[in-house]
Structure formats: C-alpha cells, structure tokens
Ligand binder design. Structure first.
Ligand SMILES: Cc1cc2nc3c(=O)[nH]c(=O)nc-3n(C[C@H](O)[C@H](O)[C@H](O)COP(=O)(O)O)c2cc1C
Length: 197
C-alpha cells in the first residue's frame, strides 16, 4: 500500500513530530511504502499562485510531484496541531495547491464549479491525528470542532475518501510523559488497525 504522510509542525521536538515518527515507522514495519513530508522542514511553498487556479494551469515541478504522490496514495495520514480550529497555514497551503481539480476532485462536464464535485482520490482511508489543549467537551460545545468537519466533509469526503479516522490527543500542555507514551501506543494501534486490515 502507498501511504502518504503529511506533518505540519515547526518544532522537531514537538509531540506532533513524535506522533508522525511513530506512525511512519509502524506503517513501514507493516510493509507499506511510506512517503513522508515534513512540510515545515521542506519549506513547502504554501501560497497558491493565480496561474495554478485553472484546472489546466501551469504547475511548478515540486507541485506536480506532490500531486502525483497524492493521486497514487492508498492511504493518507495527516498529523498537525489544532491552531485556531485550523491546520497550520503550511498544510492549508498544501491542500490549496495539491488537492487540485483533476487530481483530487472534478466537476462534471458543464459544471463550472456550482455543483457537487466528484471525488478522484484512490485512497480508501484518511487518518487524521491532531493535538490540542482544549478538552473535547469544550471543543465541541463552544467551537463545534471545526477540524472534524474540515477533514471529514470539506476535504476527504469531497475528494472521495469516505473512511476517515480521526483522533485528537488532548490536553497536551498538561500531559505527563506517561500519558504521551500511552498516546504514542495508541497511534501505533490506530495505524495497525487501519493499515493492517
Ligand atoms: C498559533 C497557535 C494556535 C493555537 N490554537 C489552539 C486552538 O485553537 N485550540 C487549542 O486547543 N489549542 C490551540 N493551540 C495549542 C496547540 O494545539 C498545542 O500547543 C499543540 O497541539 C501541542 O502539541 P505540540 O506539543 O506537538 O505542539 C494553538 C497553538 C498555537 C501555537
């Protein structure tokens, strides 16, 4: 299975990096081909230029490569912290530039964007691993857990990936070392259960 792993966090010593490392090593141990991108470390160019907005627009080679990897992925694994109910901007930019028409979704003929698009991704599953400092009850009651809607409906659902498994590790700022070790074990179980099936 081709597994595409995207990590968005600026600090190599962060818990997000620990999550991504554990997920990548478990997926590789299961025999999958893992393509990992640490978007901050790679300096992913996050700003969508106007020339790329049209379906047939000109793409920089680095974006074409990312598009090919996304299209070839059987599973997509995303790791990022909750920042203002959103992913870090570098990951938003990746979605803007790489989840593009003709790669991730398509409008049917005669539809210039007003209708319901057809998802094109071949990936059968998306795994989203988030961290946050807000208790889940407050996240849902006060903020509506926007990351859940964003990944499940607005991005993966729209692009044809209906099996989305999301786990939010919280509350990171008050967690103990033992808690974080348990969470990393859980990351391992999620990857084994999802990609080992
Ligand atoms: C710019 C910024 C915005 C943040 N916004 C939120 C937020 O809206 N909700 C929340 O629970 N935590 C928020 N946080 C806290 C992060 O989610 C938290 O620091 C992170 O998940 C901890 O994981 P880490 O140790 O890998 O960074 C924010 C942090 C930063 C730096």
């Amino acid at each position: 299975m081709n597994v595409l792993l995207l990590l968005a966090h600026p600090d190599p010593n962060s818990f997000n990096h620990a999550i991504a490392q554990r997920a990548a090593s478990v997926a590789a141990r299961l025999g999958h081909s893992v393509t990992s991108h640490d978007l901050y470390a790679e300096g992913f160019p996050a700003l969508l230029p106007s020339c790329e907005i049209p379906r047939e627009g000109d793409l920089e080679p680095v974006i074409s490569t990312h598009c090919s990897e996304l299209a070839a992925a059987d599973a997509i694994l995303i790791v990022h912290p909750n920042w203002w109910g959103m992913p870090p901007a570098v990951l938003k930019g990746y979605v803007d530039r790489v989840f593009r028409p003709g790669v991730a979704y398509e409008f049917v003929e005669g539809d210039c964007g007003e209708g319901v698009p057809v998802g094109l991704l071949r990936a059968r599953v998306g795994i989203v691993l988030n961290t946050s400092n807000t208790a889940m009850q407050r996240e849902v009651d006060v903020f509506g857990d926007p990351l859940e809607t964003l990944w499940r409906n607005c991005i993966f659902g729209l692009c044809g990936v209906s099996d989305v498994r999301r786990r939010v590790f919280q509350t990171v700022c008050t967690s103990t070392l033992g808690q974080r070790e348990d969470w990393l074990e859980e990351v391992e179980q999620i990857v084994v259960q999802t990609l080992g099936e």
